[in-house]
Design a protein around this ligand. Structure first.
Ligand code: SF4
Ligand code: SF4
Length: 97
C-alpha cells in the first residue's frame, strides 16, 4: 500500500501509477514525450495482432499500426502527466498494487 506523498508546499498528493494501455491507443507518442521515467515504448503491430519488438528484424511493411506498451511499470512515479496528454483516454492508472 502506498501512502500519499508531500509536495514542497506541504500539501499531500496520492500518486496514480500507469498500469496498462488498452487497444484503443493510436500510438501518437504524446505520453512517451512527457514521461521522464522511461515507463512505456512504442511498438508496431502486425495485421494478425502480433506485437513486434525492437530489433527483431521485422520489416516495416509488416506494421499495421502503432501501439504504446507499458513495458517498465515499476519505473512509474505516478505523476499523471501521461494521462493528461492522452487524446484517447485509453490508459489505466492505479494508486497501488
Ligand atoms: S504517471 Fe508519470 S511517470 Fe508514470 S508513466 Fe505517466 S508520465 Fe511516466
Ligand atoms: S497518448 Fe494515449 S493514444 Fe497516444 S500513444 Fe499514449 S496511450 Fe496511446
Amino acid at each position: 500500500m502506498v501512502d500519499s506523498f508531500v509536495s514542497r508546499d506541504g500539501s499531500r498528493w496520492l500518486p496514480e501509477y500507469l498500469s496498462q494501455i488498452d487497444a484503443s491507443c493510436i500510438g501518437c507518442g504524446r505520453c512517451f514525450k512527457v514521461c521522464s521515467r522511461d515507463v512505456m515504448h512504442i511498438r508496431g503491430i502486425t495485421d494478425s495482432g502480433e506485437i513486434l519488438r525492437d530489433g527483431d528484424g521485422a520489416d516495416d511493411d509488416e506494421v499495421e499500426r502503432l501501439l504504446m506498451i507499458v513495458d517498465h511499470p515499476g519505473r512509474c512515479i505516478g505523476c499523471g502527466a501521461c494521462a493528461r496528454v492522452c487524446p484517447k483516454n485509453c490508459q489505466t492508472h492505479i494508486t497501488s498494487d
